[in-house]
Ligand binder design. Structure first.
Ligand code: ASP
Length: 335
């Protein structure tokens, strides 16, 4: 019998109604009571790591999830992490970097409605996740939700209410699950290298979303307080004239101190390409800026958190690492 560890962290899937709205309260064992058939087919054990709305997820909790997988790695065939949907895509991207080369599947799932309601996606999502985590051909970190299997670095919550809450951005879904059958579009990788766990990331990353007419005064603060600034620009990417002078001043001050700027785009699909317009090309070349290209914002942020931890302040290693594909996070290879 396949052994699967359910790591429960809270989220809507585990919520009950309280006086002030939905609150995560059910533990992993209670969740499993709603899918009793699976207990006959698999050995399912539960580990309750926390019981939080994923609005409260932090990089520290990612570290605890990694430790839980690491401590139990040899004893289980696969792992299912129950998680709130709001920040699930950040966690799935973070775990894609923090747990590398795993031949055992690590699946994140959750639900748009609590598992104890008559009309809910929770039972299907949890059953599908267990099925996928127990399959011999599954490896790596992925999200199983709404009948889709999405690479951990490509998931994004694109619907606030519907059951098909997650999209696979700029990359096809790895598989779909229909009526208990896994239909694979992209076969999972088998890793030769040993599995690698990183329990800590450096969370000194901030995102600046540009708006028309944005004022430059915020830049000084952001450069002073963070090691990595991700700029969510418009379209394929560029810096508005209103920011340019201060941006050059700050870059000249900070770049030699190892601070990093990544250009990303507010446009979800198809990604950045700063070379296209004057407003992007010059600044990119003047500072050898990195850009996210087709990566999701969640993957961009968590990849930088991971690289800043493992490469310390070695800019060349961070630069090369950023452009090296991990868990299908980019199809560009710029290094
Ligand atoms: N606020 C909830 C959470 O992220 C939403 C959900 O799980 O669907 O924990």
């Amino acid at each position: 019998m396949k052994k699967i560890l359910i790591i429960a962290t809270g989220g809507t899937i585990a919520c009950v109604q309280s006086e002030y709205g939905l609150r995560p309260e059910m533990d992993g064992e209670e969740l499993l009571k709603y899918i009793p058939d699976l207990r006959d087919r698999y050995q399912l054990d539960c580990l309750q790591l926390c019981n939080i709305d994923s609005t409260n997820m932090t990089p520290d909790v990612w570290g605890k999830i990694v430790k839980a997988v690491k401590d139990n790695y040899l004893n289980y065939d696969g792992f299912v992490i129950c998680h709130g949907t709001d920040t699930l895509a950040y966690t799935s991207a973070a775990l894609s970097y923090m747990i590398r080369n795993s031949n055992k599947p690590i699946v994140l799932t959750g639900a748009q409605k609590p598992i104890n309601l008559d009309s809910t996606d929770a039972r299907t999502n949890l059953s599908d996740s267990i099925l996928y985590a127990a399959d011999d051909n599954s490896t790596g970190v992925s999200v199983v939700f709404g009948g889709k299997v999405i690479a951990g670095t490509r998931a994004k919550k694109t619907r606030a209410h519907s059951f098909n809450a997650f999209s696979s951005v700029n990359f096809p879904a790895l598989a779909v699950i229909r009526e208990g059958r896994i239909i694979r579009y992209i076969p999972c990788r088998k890793f030769q290298e040993p599995v690698q766990f990183t329990e800590k990331v450096r969370d000194s990353v901030v995102v600046l979303k540009l708006i028309p007419g944005i004022k430059p005064d915020i830049l000084e603060y952001l450069f002073l307080h963070y090691d990595c600034l991700v700029i969510e620009s418009f379209g394929v990417g560029g810096i508005p004239q209103s920011l340019v002078d201060v941006f050059y001043q700050e870059m000249e001050k900070w770049i030699s101190k190892g601070k990093i700027v990544i250009m990303a785009t507010q446009v979800v699909n198809e990604g950045s390409d700063m070379e296209v317009y004057e407003v992007g090309q010059k600044i990119k070349n003047d500072f050898n800026l990195m850009e996210a290209y087709d990566m999701t914002l969640e993957a961009t942020i968590t990849k930088m958190m991971y690289l800043m931890e493992v490469c310390d302040r070695n800019y060349i290693e961070i630069y090369d690492g950023f452009y090296k594909e991990i868990n299908y996070d980019t199809v560009y290879n710029q290094s």
